[in-house]
Design a binder for this molecule. Structure first.
Ligand code: DOR
Ligand code: ZN
Length: 411
């Protein structure tokens, strides 16, 4: 695999973007002039959703648009990757996740990180204490791997049901990852043990080598770290988290059934242009950073394909607005307030609503060896506006697509 080749093959699509942008405004004009024609609104809204974040996908959406039902009832989904945080932030963001998802894999990158059973149990209790009355929700706890992780302890905590999985953060790859793994070879004995007991390894798949272009870090991770790991450990369960590239889609798709991937809502909606739309856009910044349009389209194809290897993981990662809008803004997109609705919109745009339940509610539990949820939930086709800033701790946190129109609504 030669990841750098990917970066070289892109043509300048500037003219096409401008033309497509003009088309959105033409569609708007036609819609407003002609009343509410039933053919156009979804197309326009799809285009607008993308346009507001620096994308222009109207022609794609128009081609693929098919008739969608007015309601969509699916088994209750799970979020296989979320940052619930702690303290006031936890109290603020948890209800958004719990109203949609029955279970969620809670990321361990607190400060200090969740590296042992005592910390995980205490964190789990704080999560349950923050849960509003009447919501049924189960957090699935994860262990933060370090160079010093003890395989016996980890195996015991997995057997005891304290941990559902362990998370590999390459040291300094992202938020609160300073204590992550400095060299994967240092934890080979831990990974071997995890493979032997069937404990899932969740991977933040980016190299941290400053010589590597930030947009190539996922592809280089696959080449230098993940592919050799898979060759060393033929039987192991790995989730490559929040994939962002066509390279990752292809790699996961062509690997054996023990390698899967989560796909976020935001990586299905934005490409890297969103980071620079009319100026620097800190609320579109996350890690791995959004990539090119061809990558976004590959992610959409993978998520909506029905392939059991791809499932829902929001990577909703709230940071106070003041920590995003500053000289060195934090990475993370807070998608929880409308996550399921945004995914549903993507599936509707791709004419794949019949595969939404597979992605959102079936593939994840199947990979983790858990039963799907028995309850159902219903999304309605209804125009509404994604929530604007949410107050927290004297400041605010800004949801993904805040104030933008959405077509599907929960409850
Ligand atoms: O954008 C991100 N935010 N990516 C991560 O890997 C971590 C997360 C966070 O915790 O803020
Ligand atoms: Zn994450």
């Amino acid at each position: 695999m030669q990841p750098f080749q990917n970066a070289d093959i892109i043509r300048d699509r500037g003219a096409a973007h401008i033309a497509a942008e003009r088309r959105i405004f033409d569609l708007y004009a036609a819609h407003n002039a002609g009343g509410h024609d039933s053919l156009f609104p979804a197309t326009i809204r799809a285009a607008t959703l993308s346009h507001g974040w620096g994308l222009v996908s109207a022609p794609v959406c128009a081609e693929k648009k098919r008739v969608s039902p007015e309601t969509l009832t699916i088994r209750r989904p799970d979020d296989w990757h979320v940052h619930l945080r702690d303290g006031a932030m936890l109290k603020t963001v948890l209800p958004y996740t719990a109203r949609q998802f029955a279970r969620a894999v809670a990321m361990p990158n607190l400060n200090p990180p969740v590296t042992n059973a005592a910390a995980a149990t205490a964190y789990r209790e704080r999560i349950m204490a923050a849960l509003p009355a009447g919501l049924r929700f189960t957090p699935l706890m994860t262990a933060y791997l370090t160079d010093a992780t003890d395989p016996d302890e980890l195996a015991r905590d997995f057997a005891d049901g304290v941990f559902a999985a362990a998370k590999l953060y390459p040291a300094h790859a992202t938020t609160n990852s300073a204590l992550g793994v400095t060299d994967i070879r240092k934890i080979d004995h831990v990974l071997e043990r995890m493979a032997a007991i069937g404990m899932p390894l969740l991977v933040h798949g980016e190299v941290t080598d400053p010589e590597i272009d930030i947009f190539d870090r996922e592809a280089v991770f696959i080449e230098r770290v993940l592919a050799p790991l898979i060759a060393r450990l033929p039987t192991r369960k790995i989730v490559l988290e929040h994939i962002t590239t066509r390279t990752a889609v292809d790699f996961v798709g062509s690997a054996g059934p023990d390698l899967a991937a989560t796909v976020t809502a935001h990586h299905l909606v934005i490409n890297r242009n969103a980071l620079f739309l009319g100026g620097l856009r800190p609320h579109a910044y996350c890690l791995p950073v959004a990539k090119r349009e061809q990558d976004r389209l590959a992610l959409r194809r993978a998520a909506t394909s029905g392939n059991a290897k791809f499932f829902l993981g929001t990577d909703s990662a709230p940071h106070p607005v003041k920590d995003k809008e500053c000289d060195c803004g934090c990475a993370g997109i807070f998608s929880a307030p409308a996550a399921l609705e945004i995914y549903a919109q993507v599936f509707a745009e791709e004419g794949a609503l019949d595969r939404f339940e597979t992605f959102a509610s079936l593939n994840g539990p199947r990979f983790y060896g858990l039963a799907p949820n028995d309850e159902t939930l219903t999304l309605r086709r209804e125009r509404w506006t994604a929530p604007k800033d949410v107050a927290v701790d004297g400041g605010a946190v800004r949801p993904f697509l805040a104030g933008q129109p959405l077509d599907w609504r929960l409850g």
